[in-house]
Design a protein around this ligand. Structure first.
Ligand SMILES: Nc1ncnc2c1ncn2[C@@H]1O[C@H](COP(=O)(O)OP(=O)(O)O)[C@@H](O)[C@H]1O
Ligand SMILES: [Mg+2]
Length: 231
């Protein structure tokens, strides 16, 4: 069986991509699928027991049902928590999309579901000519858009939707993640996006500064998740 994958894109950095990716992995795991998370590019690492680790990568690994080699799960890791192409420049590294694709394909051979988390927003650069959208395209994956629900998110979400369409990427669904607990007119903002994004709202995540992957997984409909990948 060939693995299916999803590519998680956010309206910005810090909007809940990792939270949603870990929740999706947990939810698919509960459905009995062999799942593994992937973070092709991570910027920001700390030294733990002699190894450089990135928090997102650790959270994705914790939510995966399969264990895979580190360089497949996270082909590119930079210590500096800055834009990845600048971090790469600083150490004279070049990010190669074909290497990311090879890593994804290796993961896809061992899993039923691969959930890939981008870095930053959709058009975060990787080099002078490439960006995160090129990674989603190279992996050939449908996109799940995480909208960080706060003032300004309508514009960010609709810009991302246009960019996805422009680049030929398939938006399969979106997740509303309430970053601002006191956002005014929440329901109307949600309804505006439901109308304009035109794809299924997979989950509406409440404001919760700390939420386990289990709690996030509870917010997804198992039926809908199965339909998303296995029909
Ligand atoms: N629903 C939410 N309610 C409150 N705070 C949230 C919520 N989702 C995310 N956050 C906060 O935003 C931070 C970034 O979330 P994360 O999933 O790591 O985003 P990304 O992967 O897009 O950078 C979290 O550590 C948390 O503090
Ligand atoms: Mg993240």
């Amino acid at each position: 069986m060939t693995a299916r994958g999803l590519f998680v894109v956010g309206t910005d950095t810090g909007v809940g991509k990792t939270r949603v990716a870990a929740g999706l992995l947990t939810a698919y795991g509960r459905l009995g699928h062999r799942c593994v998370g992937m973070k092709p590019v991570a910027a920001g690492a700390e030294l733990q027991n002699g190894a450089w680790v990135n928090e997102d990568v650790e959270r994705l690994k914790a939510a995966s049902t399969l264990t895979a080699a580190e360089d497949l799960v996270n082909p590119y890791l930079f210590r500096e928590a800055i834009a990845p192409h600048i971090a790469a420049d600083h150490k004279g590294a070049v990010m190669e999309v074909p290497r990311m694709r090879a890593a994804y394909e290796a993961l896809a051979r061992m899993a039923d579901v691969v959930v890939v988390e981008g870095a930053g927003g959709l058009l975060v650069p990787l080099s002078a000519t490439q960006d995160m959208a090129d990674v989603a395209l190279a992996l050939g994956l449908p996109v799940i858009l995480v909208v960080g629900m706060r003032l300004g998110c309508l514009n960010h979400a609709l810009l991302t939707r246009e960019a996805l369409a422009h680049r030929g990427l398939d938006l399969a669904g979106w997740v509303a993640n309430r970053l601002d607990g006191s956002m005014a007119a929440y329901g109307e903002n949600l309804a505006t996006l439901e109308g304009r994004l035109g794809v299924p709202l997979l989950a509406d995540l409440p404001f919760a500064p700390e939420a386990s992957a289990e709690r996030v997984a509870d917010r997804f409909s198992p039926k809908r998740l199965n339909r998303l990948l296995f029909t």
